[in-house]
Design a protein around this ligand. Structure first.
Ligand code: GLA
Ligand code: ZN
Length: 689
């Protein structure tokens, strides 16, 4: 496997740093000097600067102050710290909101915001777009040639939506384009004869609102698609001067994991580098530590897959506690190094924090940071960061390496929007689309199987095993692509809720799974029963080719399906009026197999199933080792080098038997490792083969 070129050509190697807000500390020159000393001590080589700094850059309309930023650039560069320069559009100065109220967002209930908070500008406002372009041009002209500039950080965590008159008009134009200016086409796709909602002109359309329409699912979907595209349009507008003046400086923006408001499969495509902000609830009460870890691993893998394996960046994480968590627990000793290295293990070429220094006031004053109010370098937080810095320095060869996967899990934002919107099963929370995707990923993670995350639009041809849970919406061509995947020898896992609607949320006629998927799945779904938590039922295995065995409790959505001729039934319902009908089937398609899980199931069912499917599909783990529960291993390779990341997400000592006769180098100690690998609680060890 080839290596990817460095994210920042001028600075190969792993990036370590975080959000740095000198603009909040301009009255404290000693603090600014001390920051430089502490950054060197912590092994930090990058700082993300000027996020939310508009009020410092343009304190009054047309009056600019770049002096503090000039000084920051020079001060950090002298200390060997490179700058990820933010465009400041994530928050606006008060003068702007007062004078140009069109920049203030309008909510779905049509109330208009007052000045305040952040991440809440109108994405359409011509004034704001122009202002952002001008500001970004000034930044690019002033700092584009500064040797410290390594990357652009566009705005911050784009999100939310605006329902102002400007956005309404943009939405209508977007619809005109999508439906070829033909209102009857839209009426059909949105099914607007329902409740007499038919339109006679595009001008009558208003975005979804609690005061108006919110139950036209096709409209809700189109609105969400529009919001993603309008956000992308705003991003392109931000990029314009940056591309022109600094064509060689890569551009990123920080994504937010499973944030549901934007389709990151689309948005990520216009970035040079993908980055994301990671704040897991380590050590919470409702799941085991390793369950949190596998959920986080899924998101890391997804970020790696947005740009087809290109290393991503962990843009934000916290050295200790996160102020907005329901319970602000400190990371346990060792946890910071482990969680930081987990990002690297899954393909990140950076570990970055929010934030470098705790502010004195406002809502984030107790949010974890590298430097606390006490200003000391011997706190657990600071030392944890230093330990990351020390280890990253020993891993220059890891940068640019990636992972080749034989297995994939399909998670699709549009599918999620459609699933979470419909009525007719359990409530939105109990439907568990995201959770189900993660649950199918978990048995792969547990076995050290490198796994990609894909969308309905991804190329599936390189995989042997593909789990596509709850694929409720089938966009045009997807059913055929899945069939081709199986025909060519792939193992495809489908579940309840497959193939109900098309891309505009219109139900397929002729039976589910629709759009030809019935022939692929080898079942016909007659109906779906959704039950109360007390309505127990079980899947019971039957004699079958796979050796799937046992009796497993079922979740709350249970499809009544009929097997086609030639479909094997591996497990059946134990109780209720559909006792004996299939829960798990297998249908041979071409050279491959399609499994159908008709009911929501629990982790034990999936654990049993994947323990058999992985070998049957010919999928190998990245290293042939037995892993104790809570220990994971990943592989990053490239340029002839292989790095194995062993991580212990438990509070106990763990031991792994390495493949006999293989020698590894421990990247931290430099020592040779063979036969047995010991991992202390929260331990991480990186071995090179
Ligand atoms: C987000 C933001 C940061 C900060 C952190 C706090 O990720 O991007 O500015 O507010 O949350 O966790
Ligand atoms: Zn708007």
């Amino acid at each position: 496997m080839e290596k990817f070129p460095p994210l920042v050509p001028a600075a190969p190697g792993l990036i370590h740093g975080g959000d740095y807000n000198p603009d909040q500390w301009l009255g404290y020159p000693d603090v600014l000097q001390e920051d430089v000393r502490l950054m060197k001590l912590a092994g930090v080589n990058s700082a993300s600067v000027a996020i939310f700094a508009w009020a410092a850059l343009e304190p009054e309309e047309g009056k600019y102050d770049f002096e503090w930023l000039d000084e920051t650039f020079d001060r950090l560069w002298k200390a060997g710290v490179r700058i990820i320069l933010a465009t400041p559009s994530g928050a606006r100065p008060a003068w702007m909101d007062a004078k140009y109220p069109e920049v203030l967002r309008v909510n779905a209930d049509r109330t208009k915001n007052l000045h305040g908070l952040r991440h809440n500008h109108c994405f359409t406002s011509p004034y704001y777009r122009q202002k952002v372009r001008e500001m970004n041009r000034m930044l690019a002209e002033r700092y584009g040639k500064h040797p410290a500039l390594m990357m652009w950080h566009l705005s911050n965590e784009y999100g939310g939506e605006c329902h102002c008159p400007l956005c309404q008009e943009a939405f209508r134009n977007w619809l005109r384009k999508k439906y070829d200016n033909d209102i009857e086409k839209l009426n059909h796709e949105w099914w607007t004869y329902f409740w007499s909602h038919r339109y006679t002109s595009f001008d009558q359309i208003e975005s979804p609102s609690p005061l108006g329409d919110k139950l036209i699912h096709g409209m809700n979907l189109d609105w969400k698609r529009f919001v993603t595209e309008q956000t992308m349009d705003f991003i392109r507008n931000e990029m314009e001067p940056l591309r022109e003046i600094t064509p060689n400086i890569p551009v990123t923006t920080n994504l937010m994991g499973f944030y549901d408001g934007l389709d990151y499969w689309k948005l990520s495509q216009i970035l040079d580098v993908v980055s994301w902000d990671n704040y897991p609830l380590w050590g919470n009460d409702s799941e085991k530590l390793w369950e949190t870890a596998s959920h986080t691993a899924f998101i890391h893998d997804m970020n790696r897959c947005f740009l087809k394996g290109k290393p991503f960046m962990l843009m934000e994480s916290v050295p200790s506690k996160t102020n907005w968590h329901p319970c602000c627990k400190l990371k346990r000793p060792g946890m910071h190094l482990l969680s930081s290295m987990q990002a690297v293990a899954h393909g990140s070429d950076s570990v970055q924090y929010f934030q470098w220094r705790k502010g004195r006031g406002a809502s984030e004053k107790f949010h974890g940071a590298v430097v606390d109010h006490c200003g000391r370098s011997d706190t657990m937080e600071f030392l944890g960061v230093k330990s990351v810095g020390d280890l990253l320095k020993k891993l220059p060869g890891v940068a640019g390496t990636s992972t080749k996967s034989q297995a994939a899990v399909l998670y699709d934002w549009e599918n999620r929007w459609a699933i979470e919107d419909f009525q007719g099963t359990v409530n939105k929370e109990s439907r568990r689309y995201v959770e189900t995707c993660v649950e199918h990923y978990r048995p792969l993670w547990k076995r050290g199987v490198s796994t990609d995350i894909v969308s309905e639009d991804s190329d599936l041809s390189g995989y042997r095993l593909l789990a596509a849970p709850m694929l409720y919406m089938l966009r045009p061509g997807v059913a055929q692509k899945l069939r081709d995947f199986a025909e060519q020898g792939g193992t495809l896992i489908l579940t309840h809720l497959t193939g109900y609607v098309n891309e505009n949320d219109l139900c397929f006629l002729g039976g589910f799974p629709g759009d030809g998927m019935m022939d692929t799945a080898g079942i016909w779904c007659e109906d779906i029963d959704t039950v109360y938590p007390s309505d127990e039922n079980f899947a019971v295995s039957k004699e079958n080719h796979l050796g799937f065995a046992g009796r497993y409790p079922l979740g709350r959505m249970r499809e009544i399906v009929h097997p086609a001729e030639g479909t094997e039934v591996l497990a059946a319902y134990e109780g209720d009026f559909y006792a004996g009908m299939p829960v798990l089937t297998c249908h041979p398609v071409g050279k491959g197999r399609v499994y159908y899980i008709a009911s929501a199931v629990g982790p034990d069912f999936l654990e049993e199933l994947y323990s058999k499917l992985i070998p049957e599909a010919g999928v190998s783990p990245c290293l042939p080792v037995e892993l104790p529960e809570g220990v994971s291993v990943t592989l990053r390779e490239g340029g002839g080098q292989q790095y194995y990341f062993f991580m212990n997400f438990t509070e106990m000592d763990q031991r792994v038997s390495l493949p006999a006769g293989t020698e590894f180098t421990d990247m931290d100690s430099g020592g040779t490792v063979r036969d047995l690998l010991d991992l202390p609680p929260y331990g991480v060890r990186i071995l090179k083969k």
